[in-house]
Design a protein around this ligand. Structure first.
Ligand code: ADP
Ligand code: MG
Length: 686
């Protein structure tokens, strides 16, 4: 199979070029062909303009011309530039290269034929071109009219290199190329066949052909991803039996009666769904999505109690020690009165205590085990585990979750709790057919957090407000993007802010510095002191992002707020407003950029984490927010989760139909393996 051969099997690719291709994640000839041109980056060679016909409205245009002069000069305020004069038979144009762009001009020599893109305006004597991109045009290329691809490059690779190799690889594809989608679907959706689409995505016959090729690959990518998710999920459901828990009994009633509050309607509904799942023989795969402060912990407590009521053990894994310790306290409060035995396992435990705990766990003397990823260690063995809960799941990869679930002979029920609202489109892509329980809003009696966005000029006022809150007996967080001062970034670091506050506004007020580089025990001690009110102000990095609950904290100041995503800021903001007092979140922007301030303003306007997460996706793209890879999934090459929502919904339905067909499963398996290889299966086959 030629597509599995290394790229060196192509003419013209040696070890050195192969290494450069490897940087682009291209190892095989198949990888190469799937390396699509940059989004929208094609040169319309068929419609090259003459210099005389170039519009001078500042729009980006493409033309071909010959270099006739290269000269360096200084512009206003002594800005260095290089001016390259080019000509064709209709006239002259000047290409301007400024500052860091000047290297592009260095390679140019008199007489070179160039393909030029840039913004064209009318200069004093000739047309001037800025934001210039040039490519020297080889003799054979001048003869090929049409649309040429532009690839993202690495090392010393050139566009010509890639174009030549693509053409070679396409020749191989012409001889043999299996269809990757079911024929019936290709036909019904009127998609171009795979070979035609491959040809047109690299060397489009027309813009229309290119559009069709893209449509096909977006469809293919999303469809096969969905097939993979469905196939392996189904597989895992068939492999191990789950536990059929009984209906809620006396113990659960007792736990519920002892709760210090009534469940809200949203909580009741979520609990109902989880409870029914647990009573089903099929293992539960449910994600509980609840905005920060929506009260997810108590739901996990009920689920854990239910496991115990049925004679099984349950565990809950949190991403940080601070959070695990907090869960431990809360769960003890909820569950111990009903006689349940709750234990805490962390990385920093002493050997003797740990041994004892593990022994008790294996003997079944512990009902609920709370911990960090320390739970994943080989020697953590349960007597009979029937429920795993992971909190704040975006911190854990798919593989870690799977490792936890594998700690049981039977397939345990899996509950994943997340405060990161996952937009529906992403949930469909990443979680396939995982069931979702939603809790919107918060328990009653909690005032919304007032959010204010300021720039540097208001810092003094903001600090005065901080002092006022502390004097009134409240507590505050000051969050910074970095621990230490960075040489390159002009950002206020936690260390700097801490020193500054201690020497100034917060003189004589107990405060502390908290960041991820402190040892677990140190962090815990600081958090404990803060929770107990001994520390009034906590200067920290985003380590406090997840979960900690200090109701007396009523103010959060975020330094350089422009450096955070909206969803993350919302998450941070969730640390305040946890009591009955009015709380405030002040976003201090280290910039005056109107766009940055407008972006932050969205937080002032909305407290809906789901809305904010969607906004964040729009603004920053999926890659920034949750890389698919972080979830153990392959990166998408061409599909876009925000743009292609409709396709996602459509292919999901189609994939389900395929799966339901006789032989559907083998067929899906074949297609998925062909596309993603075995790695994908390894991750999902749990
Ligand atoms: P999160 O969903 O962010 O994990 P928590 O479970 O930490 O939220 O709950 C936030 C706070 O709300 C806690 O102090 C908890 O005791 C409280 N709480 C949860 N449910 C209710 C309820 N039904 N009524 C009143 N307070 C509640
Ligand atoms: Mg929580």
């Amino acid at each position: 199979m030629w597509w599995k051969e290394p790229v060196t099997s192509l003419k013209g690719i040696g070890v050195k070029k192969a290494a450069e291709l490897a940087e682009l994640n291209i190892a095989t000839v198949g990888d190469l062909l799937e390396y699509y041109p940059r989004q929208g980056a094609y040169l319309d060679y068929a419609n090259l303009k003459k210099i005389k016909d170039l519009l001078t409205d500042g729009s980006k245009q493409i033309f071909k011309a010959e270099v006739c002069q290269v000269r360096n000069g200084y512009g206003s305020s002594r800005r260095a530039y290089t001016l390259v004069t080019v000509r064709d038979e209709t006239g002259y144009a000047g290409l301007y290269f400024f500052a860091s762009q000047r290297y592009k001009a260095q390679k140019l020599a008199l007489g070179m034929q160039l393909l030029i893109t840039g913004r064209v305006r009318q200069g004093r004597t000739a047309k001037s071109v800025s934001e210039v991109d040039v490519q020297s045009v080889g003799a054979e290329e001048t003869k090929t009219p049409g649309i040429l691809p532009v690839y993202a490059l690495s090392g010393n690779l050139s566009q010509n290199n890639l174009r030549k190799w693509m053409a070679e690889a396409l020749k191989l594809a012409a001889k043999e190329l299996p269809e990757s989608l079911p024929e019936a679907i290709v036909k019904k959706e009127a998609l171009p066949d795979r070979l035609t689409a491959l040809r047109n995505i690299h060397f489009p016959a027309s813009w229309e052909a290119l559009r069709e090729a893209k449509r096909r690959f977006v469809f293919e990518e999303l469809f096969l991803l969905q097939c993979g998710l469905l196939y392996y999920r189904q597989q895992s459901r068939d492999q191990r039996e789950g536990v059929k828990h009984g209906a809620d009994g006396a113990l659960l009633r007792q736990v519920r009666e002892h709760l210090p509050f009534e469940l809200t309607e949203q909580q009741q509904k979520a609990w109902q769904e989880i409870s029914l799942d647990m009573q089903d023989k099929r293992p539960m795969h449910r994600i509980l999505q609840g905005d920060v402060g929506s009260g997810k912990t108590v739901i996990s407590a009920l689920a854990l109690a239910k496991a115990a009521e049925n004679g099984y053990q349950g565990c809950i894994m949190a991403p940080t020690e601070i959070l695990a310790a907090q869960h431990y306290d809360t769960l003890r409060e909820f569950l111990q009165p009903a006689g349940l035995r709750v234990a805490l396992l962390t990385g920093g435990m002493r050997a003797k205590a740990r041994r004892e705990l593990l022994l008790n766990l294996e003997l079944g003397l512990i009902d609920v085990l709370v911990g960090t990823h320390a739970l994943l260690e080989e020697d953590v063995r349960f007597a009979h585990l029937s429920l795993t809960v992971t909190d704040e799941q975006h911190r854990f990869g798919v593989e870690q979750r799977a490792r936890l679930a594998n700690k049981s002979q039977i397939a345990p029920d899996v509950l994943v709790m997340t405060a990161t609202p996952i937009p529906r489109t992403l949930a469909l892509t990443v979680y396939g057919d995982l069931d979702i329980s939603l809790m919107k809003g918060r328990p009653p009696g909690r005032k919304p957090v007032q959010t204010l966005c300021y720039n540097e000029s208001r810092r003094r006022e903001v600090y005065e407000g901080l002092v006022r809150q502390l004097q009134a007996g409240r507590q505050a967080y000051v969050v910074c993007p970095l621990i230490e001062q960075s040489e390159t970034l002009r950002v206020r670091s936690a260390e700097n802010v801490y020193e500054e506050l201690r020497g100034g506004a917060l003189k004589n007020i107990p405060c502390a510095l908290l960041h991820g580089r402190l040892k677990g025990a140190e962090k815990e001690a600081i958090m404990a002191d803060f929770a107990a009110g001994k520390i009034k102000a906590l200067v920290s990095t985003t380590v406090i992002e997840v979960g900690v609950n200090v109701p007396n904290a009523t103010l959060m100041i975020v330094e350089n707020a422009e450096r955070f995503g909206l969803a993350q800021l919302h998450q941070l903001r969730g640390r305040v407003g946890r009591g009955d007092k009015q709380s405030y979140c002040v976003l201090l922007a280290g910039t005056d950029s109107p766009e940055a301030l407008a972006r932050l303003q969205v937080l002032h306007d909305s407290e809906d984490g789901f809305y904010l997460a969607e906004k964040d996706l729009e603004q920053r793209g999926v890659g920034q927010l949750f890389g698919l890879r972080q979830h153990g999934l392959p990166d998408l090459r061409i599909a876009d989760i925000m743009r292609d929502t409709d396709t996602i919904v459509q292919v999901r339905r189609l994939a389900q139909q395929e799966l339901a067909k006789p032989n559907g499963r083998q067929e899906l398996r074949r297609m998925v393996d062909m596309q993603f290889g075995e790695r994908f299966g390894m991750i999902f086959n749990t």
